[in-house]
Design a protein around this ligand. Sequence first.
Ligand SMILES: NC(=O)CC[C@H](N)C(=O)O
Length: 238
Amino acid sequence: MKWAVIVFPGSNCDQDTVLGIRRATGDEADLVWHQESTLDGYDAIVLPGGFSYGDYLRSGAIARFSPVMNAVRQAADEGRLVLGICNGFQVLTEARLLPGALLRNENLQFRCERVALEVRNNTSPFTAGYHLGEVIHIPIAHGEGRYHADEATLADLQAAGQIAFAYQHNPNGSLCNIAGVLNAKGNVLGLMPHPERAVAVWMGSEDGIRLFQSMHTYVTRQRPSVVQEDMQGGVHAG
Ligand SMILES: NC(=O)CC[C@H](N)C(=O)O
């Protein structure tokens, strides 16, 4: 499958994300500069963590106007997978590809620590590799991670199973302990914790691996045609 990792000015987790995808799935991922206007052919698009445009105005508020965001929106509309990690989550909410907003942490501190997350949805393309209710450990590193939405939106998210991950011990004041949300279709996920920082024992956790693997499994299972193409190729060669 083909992965794109978008690079904005100020992204700083792009290379880590490429390595995380490789370690988890064996797939290579392309780094795609934010001024690209097409993402044709990519099965999964990842908006990585960092400080796009220096977090000026609000995190993600400027990056959402990057040319590539039209292509990200198109990919999401077509049902392809879009994952926003930390600053990527902030960009996706600013772009209205995900509901809600990410505000300054309640205590106004930048929080950088490993957190315990409860898996609240294990039927999405991103979370199918986890058990429902499982507690996993993934690091956070953010100053603007307090998830906020109005009451009606929160009720909708809960009713539709769109809360993918919830903090066991809320580090930032997020409403409903929300750490990650899905869009209504389930093909866009944003989460504040960094799964690419939890893909090896020496990192302190390997719990991020299954997120990338779930995406890989979803895309490759959707496409039995890959096998058919190979078989046809064999027929032609013969
Ligand atoms: N690690 C990150 O992606 C940081 C996100 C964002 N710049 C914040 O501090 O909230």
